[in-house]
Design a protein around this ligand. Structure first.
Ligand SMILES: [Zn+2]
Length: 376
């Protein structure tokens, strides 16, 4: 049973979220949309104005009688930064309270090393993008660091890191060079969070969803009731190490036949010197060798997907580097999945990702925004 304080918090949160989803609203419109009384809406708006999160605007269109005052959220009142880092690349994004990407850098070649020079260089890039975005540094909620590692979220540390040479306390080491708090996240969980945020704000939430990240490593995130389910050790949804071929190709984990060895983006991009875009351009032009390779890739991907589907029976989002190019091939993939399905002859549960290139960076930043709004 919610007590008075919880109820007040719930109402304030509700008013803020409803207003955030629109450009501008009158008190009456907010009351209608939330089902709260006009005095409750007025009180909450006043508190939000005092916190510097909402402002009164001019008057809204007259509907006959008095013109109603409008309110809107100050979307840039707070912002956060997300960094997606791999062994060889870095990408940084800045988001505001509405989850809008205010600024993002190109995916840049970068050599990660556990030394002073490297952390200083990352910190300088963060400071530069913050300056470029022209957001108030006082309003920055924090910096989220996305890494292709297993993360112990309760201690903000890495517990397993084989594909990036990062130490357990990578967040603390970066934080020392920045005036902001740094939290570290698994890359697939961060990307899944970005997709969750998008789905929640656009289409209403999906109860159960699996985000499949097909990047240079394969990972996943289970989204359950608008939250990422991490598991007891932060190792949930590690679909990359599910074995699909007995004694198959070697995975970086030391085991054989893992999904990683068949469905990582590298399987395709290694043909084109690491450039996945070139692979898909050539594929579209009808390159026969690439067509065969992609067909084989889809075959293993369909096996992976049907295995996920048999376990979770929910929506599956195909994301990561490969997911960004999958839109044109979704029908082929759906057909291949349906052929493997004992219960259904369609695979409409499959969906391409919304974020095609920066999901992990955006998601790592959005965690701060989500937390801030939840605790208003
Ligand atoms: Zn493995």
């Amino acid at each position: 049973m919610a007590n008075g304080i919880e109820m007040r918090k719930f109402n304030r949160n509700l008013v803020y979220r409803v207003l955030l989803s629109q450009d501008e609203m009158s008190k009456q419109e907010i009351a209608r949309a939330t089902g709260l009384s006009l005095p409750t809406v007025t009180q909450n708006l006043q508190e939000l104005v005092e916190k510097g999160l909402v402002e009164e605007t001019g008057s809204l269109e007259s509907t006959g009688g008095r013109r109603a005052a409008g309110f809107r959220c100050i979307r840039n009142a707070r912002s956060s930064v997300g960094i997606d880092i791999t062994q060889h690349h870095i990408r940084i994004a800045v988001v505001n309270l509405a989850g809008e990407v205010l600024c993002e850098s190109e995916r840049e070649r970068f050599q990660f090393r556990d030394d002073d020079e490297c952390y200083t260089s990352i910190a300088d890039k963060v400071k530069a993008i913050v300056e470029e975005t022209a957001v108030d540094t006082e309003g920055i909620l924090g910096v989220g660091l996305s890494v292709p590692s297993i993360v112990d979220r309760s201690h903000n540390r890495l517990t397993y890191s084989r594909i990036i040479d990062a130490p357990a306390d990578v967040a603390r080491k970066l934080e020392k060079r920045l005036p902001f708090h740094v939290e570290v996240y698994n890359d697939a969980k961060a990307a899944g969070y970005a997709e969750l945020y998008e789905t929640d704000t656009q289409d209403g939430h999906e109860e159960l969803c699996f985000y499949l990240m097909l990047s240079n490593s394969v990972g996943g995130a289970i989204i359950n009731n608008s939250e990422i389910y991490l598991g007891y050790n932060g190792r949930s949804a590690e679909i990359g190490h599910v074995r699909i071929v007995p004694d198959g190709k070697e995975c970086y984990c030391g085991q054989k036949g893992c999904v990683n060895a068949y469905c990582s983006a590298k399987i395709l991009s290694q043909e084109t010197d690491g450039e996945l875009e070139v692979f898909f351009n050539e594929l579209e032009k009808g390159n026969e060798k690439y067509r065969q390779l992609f067909r084989e890739y889809l075959r293993y991907l369909a096996i992976t997907i049907i295995n996920i589907r048999m376990i979770c029976d929910g929506l599956i989002i195909v994301g990561g580097y490969v997911g960004a190019y999958m839109k044109d091939y979704m029908e082929d993939l759906k057909r291949m999945c349906a052929e493997l399905d004992p219960y259904s002859n369609s695979a409409d549960y499959l969906k391409p990702c919304s974020f095609t290139h920066d999901a992990s960076a955006v998601g790592a930043a959005l965690y701060f925004v989500g937390d801030f709004i939840n605790n208003l």
